[in-house]
Design a protein around this ligand. Structure first.
Ligand SMILES: Cc1cc2nc3c(=O)[nH]c(=O)nc-3n(C[C@H](O)[C@H](O)[C@H](O)COP(=O)(O)OP(=O)(O)OC[C@H]3O[C@@H](n4cnc5c(N)ncnc54)[C@H](O)[C@@H]3O)c2cc1C
Length: 400
């Protein structure tokens, strides 16, 4: 019987095995995950789960029983340590498993602060896994002081939860502005103001020199000499694709595990999807770190394993929740040259253009603008910027 082995029981791995079964694959399927819990959704880790509003079971993508019902061998708490691409086997614990098809859905690993600058002091946390949040959550009590290193989405979501719970919050961002890597100044300004209104101190254009503490962190010293007293530190300075296993097996990398449009790596019968995979697009090779990409790409690879021969065409979108603001992003803003703003009642959206071409939209509490933008981008349509930004324009009319 044909055997598909999937390494990494996260969003992409779980989506892939479910899709294989939904498409009628009756072969053997093994899904191997390093974490002790069934595949779960990560977005609430920095939102409702961190806030204490969601029990852990509600994070699970499917009940654990689903995998047995679908005859999927789910191996939890097990790390694949080697792939032999010539023998078509993987090593996990004491077992060597043979595969006909192998999929790498190993996700990402968070960047950590070097120990030389205090990165391994007690009370210093990254936020990637359920276990990270469970370790950090006891500190999320009113009155505690947290220094958050990195003003990206994860850091800002952590800041929002901390502020709502009554902590004293300082965010330190090395770049000239928060969200610089992912958003326009307009979006950075919006979120800076929002956090300011909730009492969060945001320090931009200032790096971390080192963390201070004797065993446990007590302060963060910044490059301008300032010291921020802290009971704990949350580090949100980005992630790297989890490629070590693939690299050791001789699988080609290019900003992640390099795949072709079908999701195949350079090694026969080895595929990749999700955060760890980079894939070709008309705009060049791309790697996306988002739930929609993990699901869509994994499902596409599942279909291709079964012979669909279907190229993956990404329709990037993303979201972030901070306080009572839901940010929804359609498209990718890379290469934009101007922005127009559309203001509504308690809502605003920023529309990114390159010339007359619409590239992306950041919509704050404006699901309608987001949905219309997503459909416009999927259809390759670019509305006139003056029309899009005019609050009098019926957004749906832009689709015609
Ligand atoms: C706190 C947080 C908030 C987020 N918020 C959003 C959001 O609002 N919107 C959004 O779109 N995206 C969000 N994301 C990103 C999104 O969760 C990821 O893009 C998505 O989980 C990627 O899925 P994946 O399956 O590729 O990787 P993962 O979900 O990371 O799964 C990979 C799994 O592989 C396992 N693994 C790795 N190597 C091995 C091995 N050798 N053996 C066995 N197992 C292995 C890992 O332990 C992990 O469980 C957020 C992420 C985090 C951490």
């Amino acid at each position: 019987m044909k055997h598909t082995v999937v390494i990494g029981a996260g969003q992409a791995g779980a989506s892939l095995v479910a899709k294989l079964r939904a498409l009628g694959d009756t072969g053997a399927i093994t899904l191997i995950g390093a974490e002790a819990v069934p595949p779960y959704q990560r977005p609430p880790l920095s939102k409702a789960y961190l806030m204490g509003d969601l029990p852990a079971e509600r994070l699970f993508l499917r009940p654990e029983a689903y995998y047995a019902e679908q005859n999927i061998d789910l191996r939890l708490g097990q790390v694949v340590t080697a792939i032999d691409v010539a023998a078509q086997t993987v090593t996990v614990g004491g077992d060597v498993l043979a595969y006909d098809d192998l999929v790498l859905t190993t996700g990402s690993v968070p960047r950590r602060l070097p120990s030389a600058i205090g990165g391994d002091l007690g009370g210093v946390f990254t936020l990637r896994d359920l276990a990270d949040v469970d370790a950090m959550q006891p500190y999320f009590t009113a009155g505690k002081r947290v220094a958050i290193v990195g003003g990206g989405y994860i850091g800002l979501e952590g800041a929002a939860v901390a502020a709502k719970l009554g902590l004293d919050v300082t965010v330190v961002e090395m770049a000239p502005r928060i969200l610089q890597r992912v958003a326009a100044p307009e979006t950075s300004d919006f979120f800076r103001d929002l956090h300011g209104a909730h009492g969060v101190k945001i320090i931009e254009a200032t790096g971390l020199e080192r963390l201070i503490g004797d065993g446990h962190v007590t302060a963060a010293r910044l490059t301008d000499g300032r010291e921020i007293a802290a009971d704990f530190v949350m580090v949100g300075v980005g992630i790297m694709p989890a490629t070590a296993l693939a690299e050791a097996a001789g699988i080609a990398l290019d900003n992640g595990i390099a795949t072709d449009a079908l999701g195949r790596t350079n090694v026969p019968h080895v595929w990749a999807a999700g955060d760890c995979a980079s894939f070709p697009t008309a705009a060049g090779r791309m790697r996306l770190e988002s739930v929609p990409n993990a699901i869509d790409q994994a499902e596409c690879v599942a279909a291709n394993i079964l012979g669909a021969d279907k190229p993956y065409v990404a329709e990037p979108w993303f979201w972030s929740d901070q306080y009572d603001i839901k940010l929804q992003i359609a498209g990718l803003n890379t290469g934009y040259d101007h922005i127009v703003t559309r203001r509504g009642e308690d809502a605003v959206s920023f529309w990114y253009y390159r010339g007359t071409q619409l590239l992306a939209v950041d919509a704050m509490n404006d699901p309608r603008a987001f949905m219309v933008a997503k459909r416009l981008l999927a259809a390759g349509k670019s509305p006139d910027a003056a029309l899009a930004s005019d609050p009098a324009t019926d957004l749906k009319a832009l689709l015609k």
